[in-house]
Design a protein. Structure first.
Length: 326
């Protein structure tokens, strides 16, 4: 384990104390509910999996390895069972910055108090980065090996011996070769996870999909488009801050959201890169983000974007906190 991590690792808050009557009601209704952590190295498909499990996009995706930066809860309630999935950042080992310490803190907190862990790897592969995440998992918590991106494996016969080597690495409760993009695989995964849910009341309302606010989702969607339209040109140490998030009723009594956001980069050259020639790249980022937010929020969105330079922010603990990082 990285010995530069902070000594105090917060866990997901435990289930609130239950009265005898509350527990009896849950038992009478046959309710089951549990926390399921989704962990793995960067860019292994955790956010795509969470979105598929929830049935709606709540966690952003891109080819950049450090896309997910916060612990994001996705909720799916099916019949009497409520699944509370926790998506985590990929465990960081390359750079010892304050930002990466914050990301690793979120990973360790997520595996601290859960009913089940989904350990996501690419089917047929196991790298040193995978091994570092596996070493974080606590004994006593069931772990399902989720061999994702099975659709990328051309010779399926090689999966069986690979699974045997994985069993020798850790006493996994179950093995699930699958693709997060395959609806049948997702349905099968629900059946597997349900066996590990304890009998207790639901933690959230039946229709809730996430514990994150629309303001948070707005910042994440803008950041996703930022990464997608800059590719590998822009360092991952860029972030998005929401300066204004106001809602009002439109002329036809429909909801309208006015959002102003600042894209924070570390150098003047990065700022020029984000803005693009004659502002075209920034305009495209804003347009794509606005359109997706309108679909997610089901309302009209007015979005303003600005770009500012804040050198060294990713290694400044105080500024990280002010930007919303734990």
């Amino acid at each position: 384990m990285n010995d530069t991590l902070p000594p105090e690792i917060p866990a997901i808050p435990p289930f609130p104390g239950l009265s005898a009557s509350t527990l009896a009601t849950a038992q009478a209704n046959g309710q089951h509910c549990g926390l399921i952590a989704i962990v793995g190295k960067p860019n292994v498909g955790k956010s795509t999996l969470l979105n598929a499990l929830v049935g709606q996009k709540i966690s952003i995706t891109s080819r950049k390895a450090q896309t997910t930066r916060h612990r994001i809860t996705g909720i799916s309630t099916r019949a009497a069972a409520q699944f509370v999935f926790v998506d985590t950042p990929g465990f960081q080992t390359l750079h010892n910055t304050a930002l990466n310490k914050s990301l690793n803190k979120a990973v360790l907190g997520a595996v601290g108090d859960v009913d089940l862990v989904l350990f996501v790897v690419e089917a047929g592969s196991f790298t040193p980065a995978d091994a570092k995440v596996l070493a974080l998992l606590k004994p006593g918590v069931p772990v399902v090996l989720l061999a994702n991106k099975l659709d990328n494996v051309h010779r399926r016969a090689e999966i069986a011996p690979w699974l045997q080597t994985m069993q020798e690495r850790h006493p996994f409760s179950e093995f699930v070769p699958m693709s997060a993009k395959n609806a049948k695989d997702i349905e099968r995964l629900f059946g597997i996870c349900e066996k590990y849910l304890p009998e207790q009341p639901w933690m959230y309302g039946e229709d809730e999909l996430t514990d994150r606010s629309e303001k948070f989702l707005a910042s994440e969607i803008v950041r996703e488009k930022l990464f997608r339209f800059t590719g590998d040109e822009l360092p991952y140490t860029s972030t998005v801050i929401i300066d204004k998030f106001e809602e009002e009723m439109g002329r036809n009594h429909s909801r309208l959201a006015r959002i102003a956001a600042t894209i924070v980069v570390e150098r003047d050259g990065h700022k020029a890169m984000v803005i693009g020639e004659k502002g075209e790249r920034l305009k495209r980022i804003g347009t794509e983000a606005r359109q997706e937010l309108e679909r997610l929020m089901d309302c009209k969105v007015f979005l303003e974007l600005w770009v500012k330079v804040r050198s060294g922010w990713a290694d400044d603990a105080d500024r990280l906190r002010s930007f919303g990082y734990e």
